[in-house]
Each structure stands twice: as C-alpha cells, then as structure tokens.
Design a protein around this ligand. Structure first.
Ligand SMILES: Cc1cc2nc3c(=O)[nH]c(=O)nc-3n(C[C@H](O)[C@H](O)[C@H](O)COP(=O)(O)OP(=O)(O)OC[C@H]3O[C@@H](n4cnc5c(N)ncnc54)[C@H](O)[C@@H]3O)c2cc1C
Length: 495
C-alpha cells in the first residue's frame, strides 16, 4: 500500500548544500525568508568540505570574492581551522581548511540563520504548473514528501530540479558532450614537510610546471616556499612517467596534482581519475567509483616509494563523495562564456565576481587545459532559469559554457553565486513578486550592504603582492601532455 504523500511548504527551497546551496540557504534565511535546505548526504558543504578553497583573489591579487564566502573563511581562521590566504601565480589564492571543522561550522551557520533542514533526502520529481516551478517531490526514510515553494534554487550540482522540471540544460563540451574528468580526492598523513619542501626545490622534479618556463617566478616561489602553509602542486611528470613505465601506476594522469595542506603532515592527492564519465548515468557513476577506489592503493604506494617526503605517509581520509567537476548546466536568461571571463566583463546586472583561471581537467585526456582570465562579474541572468518562473540556480549548474564553468566552479565563486540567489529569492518572497521583477538596484545594494563584491570596490592591483609573488603572462603557452586518448576500456560503462 502506498503511504499518503505529506506536503511541506517553504517560501524558499534550496536543493543541495554544497558551497553554492549552503550559502544560498543562509543568505535567504538571513534575509528573512522561511528557508528549507534539502540535502542528499548526511552533512552540509558538499565537496567543499574536503578541498582547499581557491580563487578568492584575481590575478592582480585583489580580493574579489567577499560577503558570506569571506565570512566563512574568516570564521574558520578565527577558530584555527584554516590557513591564512596563500597567494599563488596560477590559482591567485588558496586557503586550506580543516574538513571536519568546516562540516561542524556549516551546520552551526545554517542553524544560526534559522535554515530548516532535510538530510538524507533526495529530490525525485519537480513540481511544475504551466511555466512556473512550484517545488519538488523528495524521497527519504519517511517516504515521499511534496515540498511547495515560492522560489526553488537548484544547487544540486547536476541540475536535477531543472532537468526533472523540463527546463533546458546542456552537458559537457560542444563536440562530444564529455564533461571534465572526475576525481575522488584523498588525504595522506604522516608527510615529512621539510623533506617534501626540499623535493619541491629540486628543479628536476619540476613540482609546479606553470612556473618553470619563467625563472623569475620560480625564484620568487623558492624564496617563499619554506614559510608557505599551502603549496599547490602540478608537475613531477618524470616521476609519474617512471612509475607508469615500471607498471606501478595505472591512472590516466601524467602529473602529480595535489596540495600540501596547512596541517604540517597532510597532503591532498587529486589524482584518481576516470575518463568519459556521464555524471547523470548511474551506471557510469558507479563504474567511476569502482575505478577510483581501485586506483587509491597504487597511488599511496607511488607516493611512499617515489615522492620526496612521503616515505612514512599513510592514507588518512577519503572524500565522502566522488568529485564531479561538471554536470548539467541549466540554461538561463544569459549564457556566460569564456570570452566574457577572458575580457573581464563587467555586467550591469552583476551580482558576484570571479577571477580564477579557466581550469579544464581534460574530459578524455590527462592533465589540464588552462586559460587566464581577468576579474569578471557574474550577471544575475545567468542564475535565473530560462523559460520558467520560480527557479534559480547557482554553483556548478549556473548558465555557462563548458569553458566558463571551468572557472566559475571553484568554491568561493560558487559561494558568491549562492549568496546572490539566496538574497534574490528572499527579496522576491518579501515583495510577493517573481524573481525577475525584483528591482536590480535593490538586489545589488542589498548584496553590497551585506558585504558581497559585485565590482564596485575592487580597487587597484596589489603591487606589493605582484612584486613578491609574480604574475604569469596573461597569454602563457598552452599546457602540454596528451590530449583526449579515450580508450575503449575507459568507456566500458557505456551500454
Ligand atoms: C576533484 C575536485 C577538486 C576540486 N578542487 C578544488 C579546489 O581545490 N578548490 C576549489 O575552490 N574548488 C575545487 N573544485 C571545485 C569545487 O569544489 C566545486 O565545483 C564546488 O564545490 C561545487 O559546489 P556546488 O555547490 O555547485 O556543488 P556540490 O559541492 O557538488 O554540492 C551539490 C550538493 O547537492 C547534493 N545533491 C545532489 N543531487 C541532489 C538531489 N537530487 N537531491 C538532494 N541533494 C542533492 C549533493 O549531495 C551535494 O551535497 C574541485 C572539484 C573537484 C570535483
């Protein structure tokens, strides 16, 4: 017998509690809306809980993501659970956070704001009346519930609400629809920091390939590296090649990608990898999990045997979910493009900012493709779903091309979008109007009044930081490495 479906009501409904959704829910609740946050997992924060946060700054080392994202970072720093900002010529800036303390703080922040929660709850249907999205149906241990809302915000990372509601979306790159390669990250503990840093200083290891063509940048990094709390790595190609040739490593990756975290003995490995994933196909996702778990033992042994500083390292933590870099992108009133980012476009309807480089983990190859960008704004139109009322989106599923989302996807930039949509939803509810009818100056002034940066107070390049850290040329040479050798075995899940 089917149990009757309970109906819940909320003014604002947020689906997904990652960097974008958590921030959206907190912003909506702080702005007075009755807010419900629905999350499939048993914790808040999504994939942001296991990664350093990159991209608060632009390439001129100006702080361009402020507001709630900065508040979260500062609260973690104040409790000793995050590093200081570490400036970096490729990523602009990084802070390393303590995963567990971020999960605890995320829950505390949501409760302080008065956000209502439904955990271990999955959206299975979208409610649509004509051209209006009116909520969702969820399923959990209690059965099925209908949730009706004035504004629904899709922060599922997969555009689940939009897709189930018949809203247009796109996935992957234009040619073949493939998305960026996913990675299950894991942490190694017991790292000898001094030996690791000594290894970074050996030019032959080439621990950070971006820098090696530019001796001046390399010198500057070497002057700082002993005191750096966060060290981003992308290199050691010869070591990886040696291990692959010796049959010790079987991962479709040719570089060490990872981050020396602020805890002196911890390193985050970002090297498991599956090519040809379809993040909306459960067989593909299951196959990806099987493969990445199988890659971890070989990677741990590789670090222990070959990488300076890791002889005594051990496996400390595996991320609670596969890191999916890209999935459905919901079609919005505006499609943000790589050209917008590269030009550093300042939109009239700007509601947040970004400045992280375009960072494409090749969908069917190894290593990355990258392009630098200038500090850009994100227009509210790219956060409003096209063709319907009542649906906003933020984070990985904003309206952007495959290339543009490769920049907007980093954690602080997702949080900036989250603050924008949460605030917009609350204003719409307060005024009993559709989201498109909220006055733009009111939205922008509210965001700025609550600390967000929308391009009004960015200021001049930080000359002192540029001098100390250095800058990569805007049009640096393309990255090397193989391009897209999709093999039959890599797409074995395709039915
Ligand atoms: C391997 C990897 C490494 C990265 N490294 C960095 C880095 O070092 N620094 C950085 O700043 N960024 C990094 N990024 C990018 C960044 O972490 C993510 O793009 C960003 O956190 C995405 O946030 P989000 O809120 O859009 O999505 P997510 O964090 O994916 O959150 C989506 C949430 O929605 C929930 N959900 C999904 N579907 C449903 C449903 N149907 N019903 C209910 N809940 C649902 C999920 O459980 C999840 O909690 C990395 C990404 C990956 C994958």
């Amino acid at each position: 017998m089917t149990a009757p479906v309970t109906t819940l009501r909320s003014q604002v409904l947020v689906v997904g509690s990652g960097a974008a959704g958590l921030t959206a829910a907190i912003a909506a609740a702080r702005n007075g809306a009755d807010t419900l946050l629905v999350e499939n997992a048993g914790f808040l924060g999504g994939i942001s809980t296991t990664l350093p946060w990159l991209g608060f700054h632009d390439r001129d080392y100006r702080l361009i993501v402020k507001g709630l994202a900065l508040e979260f970072a500062q609260r973690l720093q104040a409790q000793g659970a995050a590093s200081a900002f570490e400036l970096d010529p490729k990523c602009a800036s990084a802070i390393s956070i303590d995963s567990h303390w971020w999960k605890i703080l995320a829950m505390q922040l949501a409760r302080e704001a008065g956000v209502n929660l439904l955990l271990h709850t999955q959206v299975v249907e979208t409610l649509r009346e004509s051209d209006r999205i009116t909520g969702v149906v969820v399923e959990n241990k209690s059965g099925r519930q209908r949730i009706e809302a004035a504004v629904t915000i899709d922060c599922s990372g997969d555009g689940d609400v939009a897709a189930r509601g018949g809203v247009a979306w796109a996935k992957g790159r234009t040619g073949d629809g493939l998305v960026q390669a996913p990675t299950l990250v894991f942490k190694l503990g017991g790292v000898d920091r001094a030996a690791f840093v000594a290894g970074c200083k050996v030019p032959a290891n080439n621990y950070r390939e971006w820098l090696s063509p530019f001796p001046e940048l390399w010198e500057k990094m070497m002057r700082r590296i002993d005191r750096m709390q966060v060290i981003v790595c992308g290199g050691y190609a010869a070591l990886v090649e040696k291990a692959r040739l010796a049959g010790e490593l079987d991962v479709p990756q040719t570089r060490i990608v990872g981050v020396k975290l602020h805890q002196p003995d911890e390193f985050l490995v970002v090297m498991t990898r599956v090519l040809g994933l379809d993040p909306t196909n459960v067989h593909s996702v299951t196959d990806a999990y099987t493969r990445v778990y199988g890659q971890i033992p070989g990677l741990v042994r590789f670090f222990q045997r070959h990488v300076p500083g890791f002889a005594g390292a051990n496996l400390r933590e595996i991320a609670p979910m596969l890191g999916i870099r890209e999935s459905r992108r919901v079609s919005g009133d505006y499609l943000l493009t790589a050209e917008d980012l590269i030009a550093g476009r300042q939109f009239e309807d700007a509601v947040s900012m970004g400045g992280y480089h375009i960072d494409i983990h090749r969908p069917a190859g190894t290593w990355v493709d990258s392009h630098n960008v200038r500090a850009y704004t994100i227009p509210v139109r790219s956060l409003i779903a096209r063709g319907v009322d009542g649906l906003l989106m933020a984070g990985k599923c904003l309206s952007a091309t495959h290339e543009a989302v490769a920049s907007t996807r980093v954690i602080p930039i997702c949080m900036g979008q989250g603050q924008a949509v949460g605030t917009l939803a609350a204003l719409a509810v307060k005024q009993s109007v559709a989201v498109r009818e909220v006055s733009l100056p009111l939205l922008q002034d509210t965001l700025v009044g609550q600390g967000a940066e929308i391009g009004r107070t960015v200021g001049e390049p930080d000359r002192r930081a540029i001098e100390e850290v250095g800058q990569l040329p805007f049009n640096e040479p393309p990255t090397t490495g193989d391009k897209d050798p999709v093999s039959a075995s890599e797409t074995a899940w395709v039915r």
